[in-house]
Design a protein around this ligand. Sequence first.
Ligand code: NAP
Length: 345
Amino acid sequence: MKARTLRELVEHDVDLAARTTLALPARAALYARIKSVAHLAKLGGHGTRRRFILGGGSNLVMRSDFDGLMLHIAITGRRLIGEDGDAWYVRAGAGENWHDLVTWTLAQGWPGLENLALIPGTVGAAPIQNIGAYGLELSERFHSLEAIDLPSGKTLRLDRQACRFAYRSSLFKEEGWHLDGQRVITWVTFRLPKAWSAQTAYADLADELDRQAIARPTGQQIAEAVVAIRRRKLPDPALLPNAGSFFHNPIVDAAFAERLAAAHPRLPRYVQADGRVKLAAAWLIEQSGWKGRCLGRVGMYEKQALVLVNHGGATGSEVIALATAVQAAVRERFAIELTPEPVIL
Ligand code: NAP
């Protein structure tokens, strides 16, 4: 398709409430839906206004109106681009819905992404925080990606090592690609190994498969189990607006975790490869009295304390007030600083 002119691409004064899963009232001064790399090349270094890259809008808190250009990345397409004795290589556009990609690869007979089923958001956003769930991280299935540097118009190609993936982090997160609006991920290639094995160590997943009496699950069955768990535990943004997990799971040093466990014997602890210890933010919030509790029109979800929900008509300030209150409660009880996961704009 021929790229349209810049003037045709950019809309003015656009309502963002329906474009973000927390549904907070906010407007963008300028908004462009970008369907191809050619569209991006047209935008190039145009204008000096602030920019923000919008994917699925599932990890974003709009505190107020955005007085800049919101670039909604809607580049779609997915296909097998190669295969060797070890793996299938699948390339997908940054605007593809993440869960649709997971479902489609499984339907093709290429397992590997099943533990990451039903994570909200787009393919292009997935590498930024190295999405992970039920014992699998995107980095384990990642091959490479393409991005465009808007001011120079240059295409960047990054392999797995260059992306510096870490727990819910990456080069993109470290360098603030998701904040500066200058560098845009356009296509991502996944490597799905043919020597597949089920990853079912997480208790929730193992319990669900047990409940269904599945001893040797396929990728498809794992995806279905993950979907069932998530549907039970997490609110559907179409019915109860939310931005998924609102805080990172804190990682603390071993000595601190031990002291904390002495005072709180039921504290869930997960030792990391580097010896530090990951704690469950949901548990800390629940123990601090915030599970299912509201402040104004927002609250921490009754079935999963890590999810901040908008009960209807809330504003960005109410979200910040609740997040601040939860942080203060966890700090007071556990001396731990929770950090928000979504971008607060
Ligand atoms: P959960 O299963 O209740 O787990 C709570 C915490 O315990 C998480 O920190 C989890 O680590 C950890 N954990 C549980 N079993 C573990 C094990 N066997 N080994 C190591 N760590 C273990 O969490 P949830 O809130 O209901 O979420 C379910 C899954 O979806 C989690 O894996 C969560 O991280 C993931 N998730 C990912 C995203 C994202 O990537 N954007 C958003 C929402 C939820 P992990 O967090 O490391 O798994």
